[in-house]
Design a protein around this ligand. Structure first.
Ligand code: SF4
Ligand code: SF4
Length: 356
């Protein structure tokens, strides 16, 4: 039986929830090297809800400082580096200040590892991830147009530095295969503990949606499948309909069945939670199945809001398959080239791109 904690918290008052997470899922930290990986997807402000809020990180670090760890490192390989590099992204989103002396650019050194996957033979993984005795992942409670939810398993995609994340999208080639690919990356170093920032969640067209949703919880587990399944259920989704959870279960990373998950705290389905366009519209009693979601995704294409777009060209530069070009200062997609990877949306600093 997997345990999932759901505990009330606010950003100014999350100490009790984090203490409870550390006591429910105890880690032997003394003398160990600890890596903490927030979701630092881009350089947006913490209150925009795309990144793990710095207060969660700061509170956790205060607890870890008392645990006599040999070394603590905070780092991530941001998906969208619209401001040029890893450090600038952390500076802008407030995670650098929260990490303080523990911040490290984990993208600067990587180890090549052999991978048993249909997608890769080798991958470069941040050395600090592989060297860590204890790996604590801090995902954000939010939607994701491609993977429907962005939780524990998706947060591990950031153990890959550099252009590999974009390449992964290109290699997967379509949304259904990308669900499997992120699980193969997750399996390279399964985190020991997950603490989710579910205080201010994101709904709608995540992972960089403007639609925020107050939830007022911190969640935790030592099992990513059970945790992501609980996030999915809170959003009104059936976890069995998420391709990456089905594949993760098959790979032996955990179970999402109701009877396999013990909830510690109060579970509620968030009323009228707005799902991403690929998953919405079926009603809560009959969530769309994975095949239908991926069919819908395959027919979507990015479109920039001309009232928001500044014509910076970052989306064009970040498209892994060169499906975008600037025409009259607006990005324009070549539909047959697009693999619906959402990289343009993730990278747009103005949140001007929607996939429709
Ligand atoms: S859509 Fe965003 S990233 Fe693309 S050109 Fe416009 S502002 Fe820049
Ligand atoms: S246009 Fe956008 S969604 Fe399509 S492949 Fe390029 S980055 Fe991905």
């Amino acid at each position: 039986m997997h345990k999932v904690m759901i505990h009330p918290a606010e950003y100014h008052d999350c100490s009790e929830a984090i203490n409870l997470a550390l006591s429910l899922f105890p880690l032997k930290i003394k003398g160990k090297k600890v890596l903490v990986k927030p979701n630092s997807i881009n350089g947006s402000e913490p209150d925009q809800g795309a990144v793990t809020h710095p207060s969660i990180l700061e509170t956790l670090l205060k607890k870890l400082e008392q645990s006599m760890a040999a070394e603590i490192i905070v780092g991530d390989n941001p998906g969208a580096m619209e401001y040029g590099d890893n450090e600038e992204t952390f500076r802008r989103n407030g995670l650098m200040e929260a990490a303080g002396k523990y911040y490290k650019n984990i993208g600067s050194e990587a180890i090549d590892v052999e991978v048993s996957s249909q997608f890769f033979n080798h991958l470069s993984v941040s050395k600090d991830v592989l060297d860590a005795d204890i790996f604590i992942s801090l995902p954000k409670f939010k939607t994701h147009g491609l993977t429907i939810i962005s939780g524990a398993i998706k947060n591990s995609y950031g153990i890959l530095p550099g252009a590999q994340k974009g390449n992964g999208h290109r290699i997967a080639g379509n949304p259904a295969r990308f669900h499997d690919l992120i699980v193969d990356v997750f399996g390279l170093r399964v985190p020991d503990l997950f603490i989710v920032d579910a205080v201010m969640g994101m709904e709608g067209n995540g992972p960089v949606s403007k639609d925020l949703r107050y939830i007022g919880q911190v969640m935790a587990s030592d099992n990513a499948v059970a945790l992501d399944a609980t996030i999915a259920r809170m959003m009104g989704l059936n976890p069995a309909n998420l391709g990456f959870l089905e594949y993760a279960k098959k790979q032996g990373y955990g179970d999402y069945a109701n009877e396999a998950v013990e909830i510690i705290g109060n579970f509620t389905i968030i009323p009228d939670f707005k799902l991403p366009p690929s998953a919405e519209g079926k009603g809560r009693e009959l969530p769309p199945d994975f095949k239908e979601m991926t069919q819908r995704l395959t027919s979507m294409r990015p479109s920039a809001d001309q009232n928001l777009c500044l014509g910076c060209g970052i989306c064009v530069e970040k498209c892994p398959v060169s499906a975008l070009s600037m025409i009259n200062d607006l990005p324009n997609v070549t539909p047959e080239e697009c693999i619906v990877c959402f990289c343009c949306q993730e990278n747009c600093p103005e949140r001007a791109i929607q996939l429709r």
